[in-house]
Design a protein around this ligand. Structure first.
Ligand SMILES: [Fe+2]
Length: 203
């Protein structure tokens, strides 16, 4: 079973000007696709050939860095596309309550998410995550992921330069501000929190 490049869950121009169709054509069509293709090539003919992506990531962590990087990046990018929304949203229900309990307010969460993303050194990911009833902001470096760690990922933002450089050049804080204010899929974060288990990359 080969993994597939999942379709973007929105029109490629729907996030402009925060993230342009041109950025997505490279980020989704070239970068994400390359991670998928390399994962498929690495597992072909091995005992992981029929495994789901989450199993491939967990088995590769600590034992096969190349496969780990490509499989985790395949998952992270799928999760990132679903973390984005064409329209501005507000968290509600249990997610909103837990945000207030963990960060003080929604505004404070947005501020901290922007600060952590801007301050992250070099390539990586900034996440909103849950452990029990507590929400936290997490960072992972390069291709690292939360999916197999026991910390539940609720949403992620890609802070690799390829995510923003065509649109914002070196101004990562501008990319983060526009995404956090206008393009986070809080409904997706709420679904992940309610399910209580990590999102699965579509088979
Ligand atoms: Fe990326």
């Amino acid at each position: 079973m080969a993994f597939e490049l999942i379709a973007l869950p929105f029109d490629s121009a729907a996030l402009e000007p925060a993230i342009s169709a041109r950025t997505l054509s490279y980020h989704h069509g070239k970068h994400h696709k390359a991670y998928i293709d390399k994962t498929n090539a690495a597992i072909e003919g091995t005992d992981l050939a029929d495994a789901d992506l989450e199993t491939v990531i967990a088995k590769a962590r600590g034992s096969n860095q190349g496969l780990f990087n490509n499989s985790a990046q395949s998952w992270n990018h799928g999760f990132y596309w679903y973390s984005l929304s064409p329209e501005a949203q507000q968290p509600s229900g249990d997610l909103a309550k837990k945000i207030d309990a963990s960060f003080g307010s929604f505004d404070e969460l947005k501020k901290k998410l922007a600060e952590r993303g801007a301050g992250h050194f070099s390539n990586g990911w900034v996440w909103l995550a849950a452990k029990g009833d507590t929400l936290s902001i997490e960072e992972t470096h390069d291709g690292d992921t939360l999916v197999d760690t026991g910390t539940l990922p609720l949403l992620t933002i890609d802070v690799w330069e390829h995510a923003y450089y065509l649109d914002h050049q070196n101004l990562r804080p501008d990319y983060l501000k526009q995404v956090i204010e206008g393009h986070i899929n809080w409904a997706f974060a709420a679904e992940n929190l309610a399910r209580g288990t990590a999102w699965k990359y579509p088979a």
